[in-house]
Design a protein around this ligand. Structure first.
Ligand code: AMP
Ligand code: GLY
Length: 426
């Protein structure tokens, strides 16, 4: 098989690493890729936003499967255009990708299918939104309706904070993403990310992970795309997983099919495990980044047949083996991220870090310049490790980080630590 992977982050490096191991794969290309992905795939200069160019590349190179990593091309309908051209594409249609692209679409789908989620109301008028917040009281959550690259959610501890967020979002700070707002009940509990492959009818659970979204240690600082993760998430017990499949995932698949937009691809459920059970915070229509990195390290089976079965509607014939090991990843980011940061700082001694036992390093914002590795993004490296216990994986990952010479980089020192305190020995 010939496979084209689209994207350039740590998620795509982990996918490229896993896809390249498949005996089914003859050639693997990636666009636009990064310096780490270049070790696994042939890099091609294709813009995923240029659908005609992607289709032409697939035709010229007999591509059998396109794997779409990030959400933007999915929300823009790339999977639809590839399918219409007769090219197999892993990832949901534009209509189905609204599960990530539109918070109000997801909330209405949840209502229709009686899926447990935070109570909500939708507003386009600031005064009405503020009156609602004053009536409900704090804590309360204000969300921009559209895609806002992680900047569209404010968990407000005070009413005034929620009012300020309403003014900023409806005042145009987020452009089109903030034309309408969703105001939600605050859910209390333990968060977990849960991933499921869906072929429109059948849902095949993958695994769970725990993300660390804030920039600095002990959950201080601004929200980011994710500064580290580990898998599995301790909150996702067998019972909670079964309830999530029965109460959230399967009703979603049925509702989406009934609504004329069957969901095909990976469904990423952001969950709050509350005292009453799992509740949906949000859906994403892709693998999480950095959650994908820890999932791929634990997946023992070949990923490619599962991706093909997802496209073909034959997931009922697939089963996947997972390692009992714990996988953990620490993100190294450029100082300044998630705000502004400098590009082009050199990274040294990566090979020494890669030589640490049970360590795998996936690249995000890296490039090769004059034979040297440099940082060109916010999130730059994912230093991952596996271990029999979380403590073991954590030790190996931080040992590897200790080898890396990158003065412009920073990372959190507490990835996995909260779980170690709550589940000692885990
Ligand atoms: P989202 O972009 O929807 O994942 O929201 C970002 C973060 O805000 C989540 O990971 C949660 O930590 C938090 N959050 C979102 N919605 C709620 C809610 N209804 N209750 C409590 N926390 C929330
Ligand atoms: N790490 C969270 C996300 O990929 O959305």
């Amino acid at each position: 098989m010939n496979v084209l992977l689209l994207g350039s982050g740590g998620r795509e490096h982990a996918l490229a690493w896993k896809i390249a191991q498949s005996p089914l794969v003859e050639r693997l290309w990636c666009a636009p890729g990064n310096a780490g992905i270049a070790q696994e795939a042939e890099i091609v200069a294709l813009d995923p936003a240029d659908h005609a160019a992607v289709i032409a590349f697939c035709r010229d190179n007999a591509v059998d499967l396109v794997v779409i990593g990030p959400e933007a091309p999915l929300v823009a309908g790339l999977a639809d255009d590839l399918s219409a051209a007769g090219i197999k594409a892993f990832g949901p249609s534009k209509l189905a990708a609204q599960l990530e692209g539109s918070k109000s679409f997801t909330k209405e789908m949840c209502q229709r299918a009686s899926i447990p989620t935070a109570a909500f109301a939708r507003f386009t008028d600031a005064e009405a939104a503020k009156a609602h917040v004053r009536e409900k009281g704090a804590p309360i959550v204000v969300k921009a309706d559209g895609l806002a690259a992680g900047k569209g959610v404010v968990v407000a501890a005070k009413v005034e904070e929620a009012e300020a967020a309403i003014d900023r979002m409806l005042g145009g700070e987020l452009g089109a993403a903030g034309v309408s707002l969703v105001i939600e009940e605050y859910l209390k509990g333990e968060e977990a990310s849960f991933f499921v492959l869906c072929d429109g009818k059948t849902a095949l659970p993958l695994a769970s992970a725990q993300d660390h979204k804030r920039a600095y240690d002990f959950d201080f600082g601004p929200n980011t795309g994710g500064m580290g993760a580990y898998s599995p998430a301790p909150a996702m017990t067998a019972e909670i997983t079964a309830r999530t499949m029965d109460e959230i995932v399967r009703p979603t698949l049925s509702a989406m099919a009934e609504m004329g937009c069957p969901y095909k691809g990976v469904l990423f459920a952001g969950l709050m495990i509350t005292a009453e059970g799992p509740k949906l915070i949000e859906y994403n229509c892709r693998f999480g980044d950095p959650e994908c990195q820890v999932l791929m390290l634990r997946l023992m089976s070949d990923l490619v047949p599962a991706l093909v079965a997802t496209c073909d509607g034959t997931l009922d014939t697939v089963s996947l083996d997972w390692s009992d090991a714990i996988a953990l990843t620490v993100v190294m980011a450029t100082k300044g991220y998630p705000g502004t940061y400098r590009k082009g700082s050199p990274i040294g001694d990566l090979y020494e870090a890669m030589a640490v036992e049970d360590v795998e390093i996936f690249h995000a914002g890296t490039a090769e310049q004059d034979g040297k590795l440099v940082a060109v993004g916010g999130r730059v490296l994912n230093v991952c490790a596996t271990g029999k216990t979380l403590a073991e994986a954590q030790t190996q990952a931080y040992t590897a980080i200790g080898e890396i010479d990158w003065p412009q980089g920073f990372f959190r020192r507490d990835i996995g630590s909260r779980a170690l305190v709550r589940h000692p020995g885990g």
